[in-house]
Design a protein. Structure first.
Length: 222
């Protein structure tokens, strides 16, 4: 069962997302919050598998809550999926820098939102398909937080881990990577589990961002 916290300052949106997720057999909504302070308190008390956070909330905004729940000082971390009506770059960048595992616009179709929750709970990152190329390209160009050198990957990762990182950056799932490399699924999961701490990141999405920042892969074209 995937335990989910839903936080949004709009009552109708809160109710709609909670009802949507709660109707799924494998998802349980364990908390509903109307502002960032309440969301942070509920997340710490209920320890959900995924926190679905609106970005603009009173008290603490969703980015501040995400930073507290899944940033570098969070232990244990609670994966955050950001849901917003805004697709402004600074919000996307802020969510990624805070350690969020996913970012979706609220007008995404229900199946996409449900699938994103499952992906984040499984340790996979997700970005709205409308934002992915622009976000990755501009994140790299405007927010180069790491020294830009592909050699860093060679220093930190084994050859096979490097191969897995490249495939992650292409958006492949664990199953697809296993097929591509002709290895067992469990082997891919083990590689991913070793890659994340080596890169100093908490999620697959953060690993992909790291790969673009360090020019291990080139940013998508416009």
């Amino acid at each position: 069962m995937i335990r989910v916290l839903v936080a949004d300052d709009q009552a109708l949106v809160r109710a709609g997302i909670s009802a949507l997720l709660g109707a799924e057999e494998d998802i349980e909504v364990v908390g509903v919050a109307s502002d960032g302070i309440e969301a942070l308190a509920l997340a710490r008390s209920t320890r959900p598998d995924v926190a679905c956070l609106d970005i603009r909330m009173p008290g603490l905004d969703g980015i501040e809550v995400a930073r507290a729940l899944c940033g570098p000082d969070a232990d244990p971390a609670v994966p955050a999926l950001m849901l917003t009506t805004f697709d402004l770059d600074d919000y996307v960048f802020g969510a990624l820098e805070a350690g969020a595992s996913g970012f979706l616009l609220k007008d995404a179709d229900p199946d996409t939102i449900i699938g994103a929750v499952r992906q984040v709970a499984a340790g996979n990152g997700t970005l709205d398909h409308q934002l992915t190329k622009r976000v990755l390209r501009e994140f790299v160009e405007r927010r180069q937080l790491q020294p830009v050198t592909g050699a860093r990957a060679d220093d930190l990762l084994t050859a096979r881990e490097h191969d897995v990182l490249l495939l992650l950056a292409q958006g492949l799932s664990n199953e697809d990577i296993a097929t591509e490399l002709v290895v067992e699924l469990s082997t891919v999961k083990s590689h991913v589990a070793r890659i994340l701490p080596k890169l100093g990141v908490r999620s697959r999405l953060q690993a992909v961002v790291w790969a673009y920042q360090n020019r291990v892969v080139l940013p998508p074209e416009a």
